[in-house]
Write a protein that binds this ligand. Structure first.
Ligand code: NAD
Length: 467
């Protein structure tokens, strides 16, 4: 069908979609354990049967290497789904709560109830995982859900639309494809929850729209994630882990990718030597041609990154890399040293393959540098010094933290994943996903005994003594 025949998704379409899904939700369709399990099994089957299509679409959108696509998108999505399938019975069970003398005799419990009709707005860098993972949480918690994938990863967006229609219950789970206009139409509706992944700039738009309806939001945003490197580490392992978190994760286009490194002036030359050596080991002498690295997602992002690099006082600080190829949308791993703090590269989230290294006299200074910026989504420290580790945990505020590695905390489903301050609000993964899409209803049960006369008027002086 030619594009112009396609019906535009406007405010009216959004309203009728929400009405339809609310009808399903109000009819109780999504609430049963059986429905939730059937949908989760549908997702599991979909990933199993269509793994190849997912990996191909990820290659089309981002040139994502097959192994990376499998590990960080397919396998993680499957893992989230399997965990929900295994634990759902436990998660749904009401939680017993203590009661007080005031209510004696009584019992109490916390009941997790679905919120209703929820909206998930996703992003492009892990376009499959970051769409399906919150959808798994929304379904596990018994909600009807609309997913709006990112238009910047169009192959995955179209695939998700097709696959969710094919494998899941369309009366309660839907995909709306589109960009700003479609998202704006969706945001005008009254939702029972909005789960947004993306930039703090759009996060503000989402939150303002949600405020009109008093809709709760989870905002999974980004920020500048620091890596502090001490001189007492196993340097080769530390460097490999930094590279894995930066360039082997979507070529730096990851929300928890290391954004900048801080180390001491004395140690920096050693660190740079090993970085140079290991980068060459992994990506060869001409990394632009490496098949093991994703490309930059779009011309617009490519230009944003090269603009950061070409700023006065930045380009002459490049000590490794700097090569680029606009036709392939590739930028080589690029390391810069002691870029001035007032440059854009040191102010905005880089979200690409550039890594500035900042040098300080002693590592304690790194705390002031980090705390002078907005709270990051993740903060990393490489050090064997236990006191420094403790100080780092106690003095740096960030969404998550990892000592002696990068990125991996996100794979631990018993840890909440989310930001703080400018890097977001709320969290998900594992049981936290279920909780994010549930209302915790306080329920107190009483019988007809345990009457206290002091509770009822008239409030005679004698009644005070009974309390
Ligand atoms: P973005 O905010 O530009 O886009 C994300 C979504 O918002 C897309 O679905 C898009 O269609 C929609 N959107 C864009 N402009 C809009 C507008 N004006 N009104 C309404 N909707 C709009 O973000 P992005 O460029 O896709 O992602 C990059 C950011 O996302 C980075 O800051 C990164 O750190 C962050 N991120 C965070 C996480 C996380 O889990 N915390 C994961 C990935 C990316």
């Amino acid at each position: 069908m030619p594009d112009e025949k396609k019906k535009v998704f406007d405010v009216e379409s959004a309203a009728s979609l929400v009405k339809e899904l609310r009808g399903s939700f109000n009819a109780g369709k999504t609430k049963s354990y059986e429905w939730r399990i059937a949908q989760l099994k549908g997702i599991e089957k979909m990933i199993d049967e269509r793994e190849k299509d997912i990996i191909e679409a990820l290659h089309e959108d981002l040139s994502k290497p097959e192994l990376e696509a499998f590990v960080s998108e397919v396998s993680m999505s499957k893992g989230a789904c399997k965990l929900a399938l295994k634990e759902l019975g436990h998660w749904m069970k009401p939680e017993k709560a203590k009661t007080s003398m005031t209510t004696y005799p009584s019992s109490a419990e916390i009941v997790s109830e679905p919120l209703g009709v929820v909206l998930v707005i996703s992003t492009w860098n892990y376009p499959f995982l970051l769409s399906i993972d919150p959808v798994i949480g929304a379904i596990a918690a018994g909600n009807a859900v609309v997913l709006k994938p990112s238009e910047i990863a169009p192959a995955i967006s179209t695939l998700l639309s097709k696959l969710l229609e094919e494998y899941l219950d369309n009366s309660s789970i839907r995909v709306v494809e589109g960009a700003v206009a479609e998202t704006t139409a969706l945001l005008e509706q009254k939702w029972d929850k909005i789960f947004y992944t993306g930039s703090p700039r759009v996060g503000r738009i989402v939150m303002a729209a949600a405020a009109k309806h008093l809709t709760p939001v989870t905002l999974e945003l980004g920020g500048k994630c620091p890596v502090v490197v001490d001189s007492n580490v196993n340097l080769q392992v530390a460097v490999r882990r930094i590279i894995a978190g930066k360039w082997a994760c979507n070529n730096g286009q990851a929300c928890i990718a290391p954004d900048y490194v801080i180390t001491t002036k004395d140690f920096a030359p050693k660190l740079i030597d090993v970085l140079r050596h290991e980068l060459e080991e992994f990506f060869g002498k001409n990394p632009i041609e490496s098949e093991d690295m994703s490309r930059i997602v779009s011309v617009q992002h490519f230009k944003r990154l090269t603009r950061l690099l070409d700023e006065d006082e930045v380009s002459d600080k490049i000590i490794i890399g700097g090569q680029r190829d606009e036709n392939q949308l590739k930028i080589a791993p690029t390391i810069l040293v002691d870029v001035p703090e007032d440059t854009e590269i040191m102010k905005e989230e880089i979200f690409g393959p550039l890594l500035p290294i900042l040098t300080v006299e002693n590592l304690e200074e790194s705390f002031d540098v980090i705390n002078s910026k907005s709270k990051p989504l993740a903060a990393y420290l490489f050090s064997e010094n236990k006191q420094l580790q403790k100080d780092f945990v106690n003095n740096i505020s960030s969404g998550g933290m990892l000592i002696n590695d990068t990125i991996l905390h996100l794979t631990v489903s018993s840890l909440p994943f989310g930001g703080v301050g400018e890097s977001g609000m709320g969290s998900y993964h594992g049981k936290f996903s279920f909780d994010t899409f549930s209302h915790k209803k306080a329920v107190l049960y009483r019988g007809f005994t345990g009457e206290s006369p002091a509770r009822y008027p008239p409030y005679t002086p004698g009644k005070l003594k009974l309390l």
